[in-house]
Design a protein around this ligand. Structure first.
Ligand code: FES
Length: 109
């Protein structure tokens, strides 16, 4: 496993939402009400970027078809068309003044 840094702690605030790409892996880092969440960055329904989703009361709503997911663990809460899986959720890891995640050295494609 290897640490992949994403963001400096000093840059985080409660309206923070930013997408990152590591190889073919899209990640979404969010901070709301002091809580930090690291989720899959593309909607599993049709692949819409989730950094432009709306975030409210622990719920992420995709801007394209309004599927809703729990920010805490990525589970699907509401689907407006066909069902789909939830978002992958990743553990946030802190190293020094940075936040990131641990991934296998060779990412799965
Ligand atoms: S692409 Fe996100 S809900 Fe359809």
């Amino acid at each position: 496993m290897r640490f992949y840094p994403l963001e400096k702690l000093i840059n985080l605030h409660d309206d923070y939402a930013r997408q990152f790409k590591i190889d073919n892996l899209y990640l979404l880092l969010i901070q709301r009400e002091g809580e930090r969440y690291l989720l899959e960055g593309r909607c599993p329904h049709r692949g819409h970027p989730l950094d432009v989703a709306t975030f409210s009361e622990g719920v992420l709503e995709c801007a394209l078809h309004h599927y809703r997911f729990a920010m805490a663990d990525g589970r699907l809460l509401h689907a407006t068309e066909e069902p789909c899986r939830g978002l992958r959720s990743y553990d946030v890891v802190y190293q020094g003044n940075e936040l990131g995640l641990m991934l296998e050295e060779e990412l799965e494609q």
